[in-house]
Ligand binder design. Structure first.
Ligand code: SF4
Length: 760
């Protein structure tokens, strides 16, 4: 049955292409291909075809639920426009070509750039949708083989600020809690997260928890009255980009009303501010003084949120146990890391952490951003499992494990995503490999970045795109390689609650499509032959993704991510395992940092034998104490002004996912929203003479879009909201968004830019 959350139960599956799940359908356990919730699914296979998908009732976290878009995955996999053959641009047109010709062209272009312009003239732009083994292999090739840190991926656009928040507060990334906490929390704080539409299965679990326990309360902080608000006891609706004072004001109330858990704070917390660009330790009293400037009344003036609601939210929060969940509303900002820090501050002050139901918990947009990109260190500044390119010991460890020449891994971080595409535009990057992602649509301020990739520029660099479908990025490429979809290859996804899950290959890829893993192996072998990567560095080392997994287990061993006990054999047998799991008999960890629950707390380098069971100690933080940060309010990169008086925020709808390259293949999903829309508050629509369904021109300093109006009392006045899924040119909203980014996380500010509106 469909729930209000948009999740559906275990008995639901859809017939695909007229093939219902017959008695001879074989059901194979796998994991959903879409968001970071990581729902366990059963895939129905008959006659070598994927005919149906349903929730896996035996899955311990998602318990048989899936959301509507997942049900259409079998149809999406069989879409008619799947890419089936490699294509090379000849005389301005993409034309089919043999694999060997395409691969040789790519390898030659890369080898030529490396020889003539150095290793930093090439770049890799990957994806939170690739398998863990694929992201790791690309990272290994570029950093340890070619010798460039120009390795990035779309998780930079999605969860980099959450990582930055965890690392700066707790010393290590990834949530310490898990979905188990949903069953124990009495207060949910949902911030900048349309959980009902973007993570419906999690929202359904929150609803179920609330239905079972009548004392559960919900605080929502979001400038839109999205569907989550319907269950809120308190709704805080700050002006987009002005919520930091709200979080400080909540802390102000917590301190003023003596709701601080002093024992927890004295044992586990330190306070820090930044002075002259350097972090300095300060005391609790300094923090209290700092909070003086953020009384609820002052926060109301800055944010527009009534002071009495801030007070009510603070009282509820401290009541606890409290679970905070957030996503892009907090992350996609130039103050994304700071906003994350301030949520952690509230948990630390009230001791709402490390106990059942008490945890900060960031949600993830992609199925494998956590396990595949974050954990494997496949971004420009990091190395696998919490290592940094800046640390000589970390570089040496990875060079040894990879068998790379000493000194190959560069100590300087490579270019972050926005800077990488800017460098492409300046011809400083000569060759780029884009894998399983669609930057031609998803990059903020898309026009110059599209031009950088695109065919319209003279003397443009070489761009190869690997994808399963034609996209707004493949149309710009010099070479397009057809990729296998998730059910057509084997690999591991790591989802939001640290659970690693295996998805097996159950059907063959169409036409000549190959897995990204195969393509990367082929590419590496050719680079070795051309002498720009040492012979035998990758070629001959890995036959299957199982081989890569063995090396990954070694790379994680002894680190704060230790999953050495998660063998391939276990992954095939079990329905995912949450790390840390250092030994093969360890069942996985629900709550990190907690004595008696986190195996790294009990044994090994992080063990602390003085702690009592159930006590928390942040073993990865300096002095084992998490940090409450004094982060001042900072306005968005582009505040509104007379010329551009409205705030534009982008987001998603239930039926579609990211750039729509998959969900737009299902007519049933398309029909829910046949075209893009812009939500405008009725007050603003009246002022501008805009009627419901009339076309609106949305113009920023960077570009414009023309989109049909939905005049609704959902966004706060002064704000407009556009979903980012549509790729047709009048509605490609990323031509309007801004590519200013957080100085710490380098995540762009998709959620806030200034626009003007006019009837089109
Ligand atoms: S909630 Fe996410 S992972 Fe779960 S079925 Fe929906 S899209 Fe897939």
């Amino acid at each position: 049955m469909a729930s209000v959350a948009g999740a559906v139960g275990t008995n639901v599956s859809l017939p695909v292409l007229g093939q219902t799940a017959q008695p001879d359908t074989k059901w194979v356990k796998s994991v959903c291909r879409f968001c970071g919730t990581g729902c366990g699914v059963l895939l129905g296979v008959r006659d070598g075809r994927l005919v149906a998908l349903r929730g896996d009732p035996k899955h311990p976290s998602t318990r048989g639920l899936v959301c509507a878009k997942a049900l259409f995955l079998p149809k999406i996999v069989q879409a008619e426009d799947r890419l089936r053959r490699p294509m090379i641009r000849k005389n301005g047109r993409l034309e089919p070509a043999p694999w060997d010709e395409a691969m040789e062209l790519i390898a030659s272009k890369f080898a030529d750039a490396i020889r003539r312009h150095g290793a930093d003239s090439v770049a890799y732009y990957g994806s939170g949708q690739a398998m863990t083994e694929e992201s790791y292999l690309a990272n290994r090739l570029f950093k340890g083989g070619i010798g460039t840190n120009n390795v990035e991926g779309n998780p930079r656009l999605c969860m980099a600020s959450a990582v930055g928040g965890y690392v700066t507060t707790f010393g290590k990334d990834e949530p310490m809690g898990s979905y188990d906490d949903i069953d124990h929390a009495r207060v949910f704080f949902l911030i900048g997260s349309n959980t009902a539409e973007c993570h419906p299965v999690i929202f359904d679990r929150i609803l179920a928890s609330r239905a079972e326990r009548r004392d559960v309360r919900v605080i929502v902080c979001d400038p839109r009255k999205n569907p989550v608000v319907s269950m809120a006891d308190v709704h805080l609706d700050p002006i987009p980009g002005y919520d930091l004072p709200v979080f400080h004001a909540m802390a102000h109330v917590i301190v003023r009303e003596n709701k601080v858990d002093r024992e927890f704070v004295e044992r586990n917390v330190q306070f820090k501010a930044v002075k002259d660009g350097e972090p300095v330790k300060v005391g609790f009293d300094d923090y209290v003084k700092f909070l003086d400037q953020y009384s609820p009344q002052r926060a109301e003036i800055i944010s527009g949120v009534p002071a009495h609601l801030i007070e009510e939210a603070a009282r509820l929060f401290s009541f606890g146990p409290t679970m905070s969940l957030w996503t892009m509303g907090l992350n996609q900002r130039i103050t994304g890391v700071w906003a994350n820090n301030l949520i952690h501050n509230l948990h630390l002050l009230t001791g709402n952490i490390g106990k059942p139901g008490a945890t900060p918990f960031s949600l993830t947009g992609q199925p494998n951003a956590c396990g595949g990109v974050r954990d494997t260190g496949s971004l420009c500044h990091i190395l696998p499992y919490g290592r940094s390119v800046k640390k000589p010991a970390h570089r040496a460890e990875m060079e040894k494990l990879w068998g790379a020449r000493k000194g190959t891994i560069r100590p300087k971080p490579g270019l972050n995503t926005v800077e990488m595409f800017k460098a492409l535009g300046r011809d400083e990057i000569k060759a780029m490999l884009v894998l399983t992602t669609n930057p031609g649509h998803s990059m903020p301020n898309a026009t110059p970045h599209r031009d950088a990739m695109g065919k319209s520029r003279d003397g443009k660099p070489f761009v190869c795109v690997i994808d399963a479908y034609p996209t707004r990025t493949t149309e710009l490429a010099d070479v397009v390689l057809p990729a296998a979809m998730w059910a057509e290859k084997t690999g591991v996804f790591g989802m939001s609650e640290r659970r690693y899950q295996l998805h097996p290959q159950i059907i063959d890829a169409p036409g000549e499509a190959r897995s990204d893993f195969d393509i990367l192996l082929d590419f590496a072998g050719r680079l070795e032959k051309k002498g720009v990567v040492p012979r035998g560095y990758i070629a001959g080392k890995f036959r299957t993704t199982d081989d890569v997994w063995e090396e990954l287990r070694e790379a994680g061993k002894g680190t704060a991510y230790d999953f050495h006990g998660i063998t391939r054999e276990r992954l095939r047998r079990e329905r995912g395992i949450r790390w840390p799991a250092p030994t093969t008999d360890h069942p996985g960890t629900s709550r990190r940092f907690v004595k008696g629950e986190d195996p790294l707390r009990d044994n090994g380098p992080y063990a602390d034998h003085e702690l009592a069971p159930g006590e928390t100690k942040f073993y990865a933080a300096p002095d084992h104490r998490a940090i409450v940060w004094l982060r001042p309010h900072k306005p968005p990169a582009e505040p509104v002004d007379e010329q551009y008086p409205y705030v534009l925020s982008t987001g998603r709808v239930l039926e579609h996912w990211h750039t729509g390259t998959m969900t737009m293949k299902a007519d049933e999903l398309k029909r829910a929203y046949p075209e893009c829309f812009v939500e405008i508050h009725p007050e603003d629509a009246r002022k501008l003479g805009i009627r419901n369904r009339s076309k609106v021109r949305i113009t920023s300093r960077r570009g414009e879009a023309v989109i049909r109006a939905r005049v609704v009392n959902i966004p706060r006045p002064g704000m407009v909201f556009v979903p980012m899924h549509w790729d047709d040119d009048p509605s490609l909203i990323n031509r309007v968004t801004i590519d200013a980014y957080d100085p710490g996380s380098k995540q762009p500010e998709f959620k806030v830019c200034a626009v003007r509106l006019a009837k089109a």
